[in-house]
Design a protein around this ligand. Sequence first.
Ligand code: XIL
Length: 393
Amino acid sequence: MKKRTLKVFALLAAVTLLFTACSAEPILTENYRYTEAELKSMQLAEYVYDDNAPSLCDAFADYFKVGACINPWTFSDTSSDEYKLITKQFNAYVYENSTKPDAMHPSEDRYNFADTDKLVEFAESQGALVRGHTLIWHSQVPDWFFYASGNSGEPATAEQLMKRIDEHVTTIVTHYKGKIDTWDVVNEVINDGGGLRFSDWLKIVGDYDGDGDKYDYIEQAFISARAADPDARLIINDYNMEWSEQKTISMYLAVKKMLEDGVPIDGVGLQMHIGYDTNIDTLRSNLEKLAKLREINPDFVLEVTELDMNCNGWDGDPNDKEFIEKFNQTYSDLFALLMEYSEMGFIDTIMFWGINDANSWLNSSERDNYPFLIDRENKFKSAYWDVISLALD
Ligand code: XIL
């Protein structure tokens, strides 16, 4: 809907609301269906499932998929508000924890596909894209990978671990061939200060092929994934590239070398766990650096894989005007930048790391966080409207 049309609707809605209020009718009756303009005019409107209500993924359909991480219980009750929210607002899904190595492959001879099978089935019923997160990570990975078989306590050999990586990746990716669109093949392999993370994977495998670099375990994971499902998009995923030039350059150099060596990496995933006061110019310059990987692979892409905006730096009232203005501005500037990268053909998927403020991993027992466009009661924040209006311009 164009802005002018929205304005006319907003005016009509304001008159209707005024009239309704004056006639002392309850504004929100159970079956009341909001118009987009009414929701906008109320700004903090309650989420209601309604074919006429706006939706993030519909608004940005010309730019990218807009997805969210969910959990098996998020879609088990089709009458829950969360179910309505995820089916309306998002058209891409990833599990928050259930596709990680500890969940999928708890012991050497046991795979657990049941939960992820359900995600795939659910996404299929919604015509949504599915991301697989993640095959190789230093965290949420069972110890058995790194030990020789039995209870000897001996570490695994490089050869044994390379075989296990191949078997693990091949088995899982083959099971979801043609069903999981995109894999975070490896997660967080770059060190915060630059270089490769000194994980158990790296320590044990090292420079396996003797070519002078230690990308070997990463290379194996990508090669096995490509062989198991040639059509799946294969991503190297990491954090802090939104602000750290050093980490971005390390990622660039690692991927450049691997691409030159023929390793099938399709794109870099930026987790995008950012602060509400993130410097968007720095982010832009880091995206520019990663975009140069197109010089080696002309189809190279970037993805936003785990977006949330940490508000812990704000010690004041979250309803404070100054805070809300900053939060809204950062979200708008971010989406404007991502839309530019979509128009250049680099970004076609943006995933939020949660569906509303209530279920974010950033909440702690000490304090609540409020990192999303949708609040803890499933109300749209003003930032939601600011972001949506970018797509309607
Ligand atoms: C987090 C989950 O949100 C938490 O529930 C879990 O306890 C720890 O992992 N980067 C990632 C995600 O790649 O897998 C992490 O998810 C958040 C940081």
